[in-house]
Design a protein around this ligand. Structure first.
Ligand code: ATP
Ligand code: MG
Length: 328
């Protein structure tokens, strides 16, 4: 069966963008594939995190994974730092990477902007992500559009390694959905929605209350044209709301555009908010039932054990190909 791997950083509560762009596909891909999903806490610490907060975020993210429909009987769910092979292969992938290609990554440029002390881990984030993926001989990686560049680098690193040391790694493909791969910020619709955005009004979190969702969508930046049509260049705010509405309601963008001919932004936004609330409600209900249950630790323990069994074999093969450690 094809192998799927992906991860989410416990930097905050996942956003509507994380869900629509990536996590929703994690669930559907469980059909007919072997899936491994990760809470990438070692990625999260590439920027400083409060120890109490990140611990909470890890726990909440585990509950959310199950609440959206990740089935631990079918898929492996685990925490990255609990499988040491990630950091170990991450180091090896750093040694395969070039400074120039890492410095060209847009996520590095965005996240390091304005900082006078840039953590080295921000630069070496992509080799660690390559390690995450390559450890499991992954065929397909469901991600949002912002991770496409990192995926391409993963493929380059894997090919570079295989050409030099022999065929150890499977070359993965990205799985980027046609709609929803780049949900934009509600406050600055030319920028992607992000979990770690300081402006909380820019972002809908999957666990936001109905009241907050309505408030945030009502105050989403649009334009002065007062017409509802899809144009990502000229009307990024309205187009973003149309994408969100379409994905949350199952209605096509074309259908929505014709339904809202001649109607105002006020009515449109009320209906977008209702669709978002309706989609998130059952997830939030499941989440609330799971958050205090002991099931979470059992799932994560079992997940780490299963992931380790696969990862240690790939790590050993990699070390043997490189000739490091003792060969047996
Ligand atoms: P951070 O700001 O901490 O980087 P993030 O919102 O970018 O948070 P990640 O944990 O880095 O979230 O990414 C998790 C997954 O969500 C990745 O597959 C990423 O491509 C996807 N993703 C992130 N933002 C969006 C977005 N705005 N639209 C669609 N997919 C997204
Ligand atoms: Mg991100």
């Amino acid at each position: 069966m094809p192998k799927i791997f992906s991860g989410v950083q416990p930097t905050s509560i996942p956003t509507l963008g994380n869900y629509l762009g990536a996590m929703k596909n994690f669930v559907t891909l469980q059909e007919g594939n072997d899936c491994i999903y990760c809470i990438v806490d070692e990625h999260a610490i590439t920027l400083p995190q409060d120890p109490v907060e990140i611990q909470k975020n890890i726990h909440n993210l585990a509950a959310l994974y199950l609440a959206i429909g990740i089935d631990p009987k079918r898929s492996i769910l685990f925490i990255q730092s609990e499988v040491p092979c990630h950091a170990q292969l991450g180091w090896i992938m750093q040694c395969v990477s070039y400074m120039g290609e890492l410095e060209r990554m847009t996520q590095y440029k965005d996240k390091s902007q304005g900082k006078n002390a840039i953590p080295a881990g921000l630069l070496t984030y992509p080799p660690l992500m390559a390690a995450d993926i390559l450890l499991y001989h992954t065929d397909l990686v469901p991600v949002g559009a912002d991770q496409k560049q990192h995926l391409e680098l993963t493929r380059d690193l894997a090919e570079r390694f295989n050409n030099k040391y022999g065929e150890v790694f499977t070359i993965p493909e990205p799985y980027i959905p046609p709609v929803g791969a780049r949900i934009m910020s509600l406050a600055e619709p030319t920028k992607k929605m992000s979990k770690s955005d300081k402006n909380k009004k820019a972002t809908i979190f999957t666990l936001d209350s109905e009241k907050d969702i309505i408030k945030k969508i009502k105050s989403a930046i649009t334009d002065d044209e007062a017409s509802i049509r899809y144009d990502r260049e000229q009307k990024p705010g309205v187009s973003n709301l149309l994408d969100i509405y379409s994905l949350c309601s199952g209605r096509s963008v074309d259908d929505l555009v014709s339904a809202y001919q001649g109607k105002g932004y006020g009515e449109f936004k009320t209906d977008v908010a209702e669709a978002v609330v309706g989609m998130l409600k059952p997830i939030q209900e499941k989440y609330n039932n799971l958050i205090e249950s002991s099931e979470l630790d059992e799932v994560l323990d079992e997940g780490a054990e299963k992931a380790y069994a696969i990862a240690r074999k790939t790590l050993k093969d990699t070390e043997q190909a490189l000739g490091i450690g003792r060969i047996n």
